[in-house]
Design a protein around this ligand. Structure first.
Ligand code: FES
Ligand code: FES
Length: 174
């Protein structure tokens, strides 16, 4: 078996049709970063534990380090570079700025793609749901309260009364 045999694939990435010849073992993450020139998607752990590599495939959030590029042949991929429309930021990008929801920013592309997927899933009804359903996206800077606030802002969910509910600023998500 020729490990370096290449397979032709087509992907629609950020509303552009792209074609690649890739080896069967190339992950979607490596294809995006190293062959498509889209380095907004980050590599943290490279084995499904941090969520930094989250992108949307056909609108669903996926850890791009855990899927092979050839498996996504014919599918539509959205990365952080595809979230803004022209000069207009995606509402989640705007909310992350307004809520100060990042520090180093390394996890942010994955957080935003994951949040977009979460909102599309329609399962989150409250702050705790957001915290639970975003728990696959780690932030080593600990910006979890602000990240949750940004997502809640876009979803239009009321913030809890922090005094009544004993909410502690700086509490971590997990
Ligand atoms: S780089 Fe994919 S989950 Fe960490
Ligand atoms: S902002 Fe630094 S890891 Fe999340």
């Amino acid at each position: 078996m020729d490990l370096y045999q290449k397979y032709p694939i087509r992907l629609r990435i950020n509303e552009q049709d792209r074609e690649f010849d890739v080896e069967s073992w190339v992950t979607l993450l490596d294809l995006l970063r190293e062959r498509a020139g889209l380095t907004g998607t980050k590599k943290g752990c490279d084995h499904g534990q941090c969520g930094a590599c989250t992108v949307l495939v056909d609108g669903k959030r996926v850890n791009s380090c855990l899927t092979l590029a050839v498996m996504q042949n014919g599918h539509e991929v959205t990365t952080i570079e595809g979230m803004a429309k022209g000069n207009e930021l995606h509402p989640l990008q705007q909310a992350f700025i307004e809520q100060d929801a990042f520090q180093c920013g390394y996890c942010t592309p994955g957080q935003i793609c994951s949040a977009a997927g979460l909102i599309a899933e329609g399962q989150a009804r409250c702050r705790d749901d957001v915290r639970e359903l975003m728990s696959g996206n780690l932030c080593r800077c600990g910006a979890y309260p602000q990240i949750a606030r940004a997502v809640i802002q876009v979803m239009g969910i009321e913030e809890p009364d922090t005094k009544k509910e004993g909410f502690t600023t700086g509490a971590v998500l997990t």
